[in-house]
Design a protein around this ligand. Sequence first.
Ligand code: GLN
Length: 304
Amino acid sequence: MLDYQAILEEIHQSLNSVKDTGEVASYIPELANVPKEKFGIHLQLITGENFSVGDASEKLSIQSISKVLSLTKAFQLVGNHLWERMDVEPSGNPFNHLSLLELENGIPRNPLINSGAIVVADILLSNLKNPKKDFLDFVRNLAHDNTISFNEKVAESERLNGYNNYAAANLLKSYGNLHNNVEDVLDFYFHQCSIMMDCRQLTNAFFVYANKGKCLKNIQHLTASQVKRINAIMLTCGFYDEAGEFAFEVGLPGKSGVGGGIVALLPHCFTIATWAPALNPQGNSYLGMKALEHFTTKTKLSIF
Ligand code: GLN
């Protein structure tokens, strides 16, 4: 068997000294104040073995990684009706791109860009009794961890600076693709983005996508077909306009967030999460992408 701990340590050490890693997200103070040097990696094998290095047990703001989890809940609730309200094509544009083309007459290109995730939030609002609480419970269940919580300060900052998301939601509303009111949908969206998790908790929550729809507790949350679809969307749309680059360099389905987190997985084999807050110009964690590239190169474990 590969010595995974040694591999993670080697990768961490070789990248830790890299100087020019980009800038942390600065659109809200809670993200701007996160120390740039944080760097952690956590690997969880399908057998349940865990390997960790660096700051893997410090909480980070999961941001857009939450879009996969909200998509999962919505898919559970409304099944293939989801695709009547959004497409599944990569956008080749930044996450907050707003052109009419991007929205294709009110239909977002995919569920992992902001406009798509806002429609997913709208679907959850229409189908959950206590949307924020029920969604948080869902994430806690998936990860098998009741300590996972929203960060109210982050959610409030997102609201105060969320002009682009207000614009997207209003545009969707004008096309009739938002059924609840803009303020309520965005309140939910800003809260899902504010969830705090560490790298290990991320690998716990994403275990379901590596394990044919069954979570750590062996409960079936998704059908095999739904897992296939979500993994396909992560592979083609999980990294904004850098999804091609991630597939090319790393070769795994995954999702990034502007908090500097990345989660990726190899079906039937492992889930892995990295955290390094400095972002490349496309808004993806610079060191996280490099670490995953080294990991799949060293272990020869990728979907290709
Ligand atoms: N909260 C951020 C936004 O909606 C999330 C973006 C991201 O992680 N890409 O702008």
